[in-house]
Design a protein around this ligand. Sequence first.
Ligand code: 4NP
Length: 152
Amino acid sequence: MVCLGNICRSPMADGLLRRKVKDHNLNVFVDSAGTADYHTGSPPDHRMIETAKSRGTDIQELRARQFSKNDFQDFDLIYVMDESNLFNVNKLTASDTEQEKVKLILEELYPNESKRVPDPYYGSMKDFMDVYGLLDKVTDVIIEKIKNGEIR
Ligand code: 4NP
């Protein structure tokens, strides 16, 4: 799961998918990163931690790190939150195989609509809750696709 700072959107996506993978006894390794290094080592934004906690997901132990080229080796799929993340991650790809791993996460929910998960950093608590809602829905779809073999 990749966003810009790795303190709002991607840790929420990471925390939700980790929890659901565990709930469904699936053998999937989940992690997150930011394209920028502004917040390396920091916990998620307190507003995202609170939003997650109010809906039963604990993300406070996560720590931000910057996306690296090694992630193309370590992961089968790289979900980005918006077009800017897509551009920045695609810039680091060295082959078609790597590029094929990179997807806008909301394509799993709204195929071919190029929708983005909006950055809530300068927004209100409602914006954080809206991000939670989108990521809760799309991680449900991802879990279903893993279970039925559409995502491997
Ligand atoms: P995120 O949100 O990419 O969802 O983690 C942001 C966090 C921090 C900044 C921008 C977006 N920032 O500019 O510091």
